[in-house]
Design a binder for this molecule. Structure first.
Ligand code: FRU
Length: 530
């Protein structure tokens, strides 16, 4: 019962409901009517972004009673980080999102014993009432575990919801975890480990490059059971650890993956998530090898979190599609921050692992329900210098899937295929494949909407198949690009900013030798906001 509201946040909520009234909305449509129309330049049409102000990490991803909850690190009053609270949106299908009312599920606490900011954390479904929070409240079960960031220390708090996750009440015994008043001790991710009927928490000791594992029977009393790290890429800090099981494709086997953020110090610069694949026995995570692997070969994938309690038993990850190097100055307004598409995770069986050892596979959830116009469905033979052009009719937010093949001429593979995604002013983002190198590349440099020394342009990854084919599944959403290579063995997530409007054309051009576009399907996608 120690919940505190920041006055500015309350003012924001009042403004949101006032605008709902001025639009003459009924209470049933208030959730959507209270917020902007999501049609500003750069505004993603089928990815989640907050109505206004600054968003960073996904928090408290949990499914409960038919609803996927998406909480998020949020500054409710400014376009830069600060006054951190938990914003809130809900979905029944992980595609269509509705901004929740109230938008702030866990507000900042600026006075009293809870003085501090509500940093990243997770949410669980306490169906057996192990916490005791739900005595006398049948049907309620959501508990949030988050970091309270205070001027001199970071501690872990719990809070519970008696209204299906719309608002949370802080536990009177907070904090539940304090690591010697350490100023850097944050981002608890909790899940239920059924074999031992125990809650397990991973939490970062950022400057020590360590993940600490705690267990609990009641979400209030926690025991340190193991530590992991330093390992992989250390960078300056480790943040937002997540430990989760994933199926091994084509088998009944399960592997455990520990994902942890590096910030700054990512191989690409700034922040990125890395992961380790291994085993977990209820207390200790053991990595299979010491290799460092990153989740993404672009620059905009950070602080990702996996869903708890998915009804289909999937492990679904959502990442923040930005980078701390430039996220506070990107040219979007009145909001900053966008999330990746939810992606289902698995690993390849070891005999299928590629030389780069990229084991984790990310499969975007299907957007077939959003398909609007079919822009292309066919194949093409492209001679050297020849192009296939696909005008982007309808919404300029779209997806395409293609399989490309090249054959060697006199023993040599020298082809390159450029896929230009351009607007009428000639600004473009290029995705391509170079057979002579066996590498996928992405270039966001020929755009004019944003210039910054850290907003680097070009990314690439090695990925080659014995039959010289390559498969690309690409999602473009006004200012976001996600490229899934060979069914998600490699992924590139990037933001881009075209000054003269979103893309209007898709063009495939072969260089150096012939390329077969074995298949290409392209669809414009409906907005989830209208
Ligand atoms: C990661 C992070 C977390 C922290 C949160 C604060 O992006 O720095 O470690 O909890 O953001 O907003």
């Amino acid at each position: 019962m120690q919940k505190q509201f920041l006055p500015l946040a309350s003012a924001f909520l009042l403004a949101a409901s006032a605008s709902a009234q001025s639009l003459g909305s009924s209470s049933s449509s208030q959730a959507s009517a209270a917020f902007p129309l999501y049609d500003e330049p750069y505004r993603p049409q089928y990815h989640f972004s907050p109505p206004m102000h600054f968003m960073n990490d996904p928090n408290g991803l949990v499914y409960f009673n038919g609803t996927y909850h998406l909480y998020y690190q949020y500054n409710p009053t400014q376009l830069v980080a600060g006054n951190q609270a938990w914003g809130h949106a809900v979905s029944t299908d992980l595609i269509h999102w509705q901004n929740a009312v109230p938008q702030i599920a866990i507000p900042e606490a600026i006075t009293g014993p809870l003085a501090g900011q509500i940093f990243t954390g997770s949410a669980v479904v306490d169906s057996n009432n192990t916490s005791g929070f739900f005595t006398g409240h049948p049907g309620q079960a959501l508990v949030a575990i988050y970091t309270l960031n205070q001027p001199t220390r970071e501690v872990q708090n719990v809070a519970y919801s008696l209204d299906n996750g719309y608002t949370y009440t802080n536990y009177s015994g907070n904090p539940v975890l304090n690591h010697g008043n350490n100023p850097n001790f944050r981002d608890p991710k909790v899940f239920y480990y059924a074999p031992t009927n125990t809650w397990v928490m991973s939490v970062a000791l950022p400057r020590a490059h360590q993940v600490l594992f705690y267990t609990s029977l009641n979400l209030k009393d926690w025991t340190l059971v193991s530590t992991f790290g330093p390992a992989g890429v250390e960078g300056y800090q480790w943040e937002c650890p997540n430990l989760f099981p994933v199926p091994v494709q084509g088998t009944a086997e399960t592997k455990w993956v520990l994902m942890v953020g590096i910030n700054p110090g990512a191989p690409q610069g700034g922040s990125i998530d890395q992961y380790f694949v291994g085993t977990f026995d209820g207390t200790t995570f053991t990595a299979d090898d010491t290799a460092a692997r990153v989740m993404d070969f672009g620059k905009d994938f950070y602080a990702a979190q996996t869903y708890n309690n998915d009804p289909l038993g999937r492990t679904i990850v959502v990442g923040w599609m930005s980078n701390w190097q430039y996220t506070q100055v990107v040219p979007t307004t009145p909001w900053r921050g966008v999330y990746t598409l939810p992606r289902v995770l698995s690993v390849l069986p070891s005999q299928n692992q590629t030389q780069t050892g990229s084991l984790l596979v990310q499969t975007p959830i299907s957007l077939n329900d959003l398909h609007d116009q079919t822009l292309f469905d066919g194949s093409a033979e492209l001679g050297t210098g020849a192009s296939l052009s696909v005008p982007l009719k309808g919404n300029s937010s779209f997806e395409f899937e293609t399989t490309l093949v090249a054959q060697p001429t006199s023993g040599q593979l020298q082809q390159r295929l450029n896929i230009d995604i351009s607007n009428s002013a000639g600004e473009k983002v290029t995705v391509g494949y170079d057979w002579s190198q066996g590498q996928v590349f992405v270039n966001r440099g020929q755009t004019k909407g944003f210039s910054n020394p850290f907003f680097t342009n070009k990314f690439s990854v090695w990925e080659a198949n014995a039959d010289n084919s390559i498969k690309l599944h690409v999602f473009v959403d006004r200012s976001t690009l996600e490229v899934f290579v060979d069914n998600g063995i490699q992924v590139c997530s990037t933001s881009f900013y075209m000054l003269s409007g979103p893309p209007t054309n898709l063009q495939f051009t072969a260089e150096n030798d012939d390329v077969t576009v074995q298949s290409l399907t392209a669809y414009s996608l409906k907005s989830i906001w209208r």
